[in-house]
Design a protein around this ligand. Structure first.
Ligand SMILES: [Zn+2]
Length: 193
């Protein structure tokens, strides 16, 4: 599967539906999760730039899907450059799914927002969020840094958006790893207006 978040999300969904179905008393609720997912897609989304004070000039318009991009092959997000220590804020309302430290992302925060989109904030200097924390658009999640594989590079927020449900119409047969564009959404679509 495309990302570990996608894999975990779909696996938990199937496990939940499977356990509802196996139990006679709950069998008739098996499709409730599908209904809840449908409702999640109806939630409105209004996105803001996830770095305090940043403007559209603080990231390159070729940042998304830049190639070649080291071990990631293509760059599946945008890099918003700002001074170290600047607040990283949630681009939408949602729920913090996890915080993590280690690997390529360094200190990272994952937020589930409306429409089942997962918002990933990486290379943070400090994390200021906790799992299952409800957040509003603009809630502080941490600060801009250069942790993970950004060590030694100018501080920036790596921001990406993924969906566990493929947007098949975004499949790009001409791009490198173009199939993955069904799962990695371009933040520019909502941030650059
Ligand atoms: Zn990046």
């Amino acid at each position: 599967m495309i990302t570990s978040t996608t894999r975990r999300f779909l696996a938990s969904l199937l496990i939940l539906m499977g356990s509802l179905y196996r139990n006679k008393r709950t069998r008739r609720f098996t499709l409730i999760p599908i209904l809840v997912i449908g409702l999640g897609f109806l939630l409105p989304q209004k996105m803001i730039i996830p770095v305090q004070g940043a403007t559209i000039r603080d990231w390159d318009d070729h940042s998304f899907w830049a190639y070649p991009w080291g071990s990631s092959v293509t760059h599946k997000g945008i890099d918003i450059f700002e001074k170290k220590g600047t607040d990283v804020i949630s681009s939408t309302y949602g729920i913090v799914m996890y915080t993590y430290e280690g690997g390529k992302g360094g200190k990272t925060v994952m937020v589930l927002g409306p429409k089942w989109r997962f918002h990933y904030y990486a290379h943070l200097d400090e994390i200021d969020a906790f799992p299952f924390q409800p957040v509003a658009s603009g809630t502080k999640l941490g600060t801009v840094g250069n942790t993970g594989n950004a060590v030694g590079k100018p501080p920036h927020l790596h921001y990406s958006i993924t969906t566990p449900f493929p947007y098949w119409w975004l499949r790009d047969k001409d791009a490198i790893q173009g199939n993955r564009k069904m799962f990695y959404l371009d933040p520019d679509t909502w941030l650059r207006k």
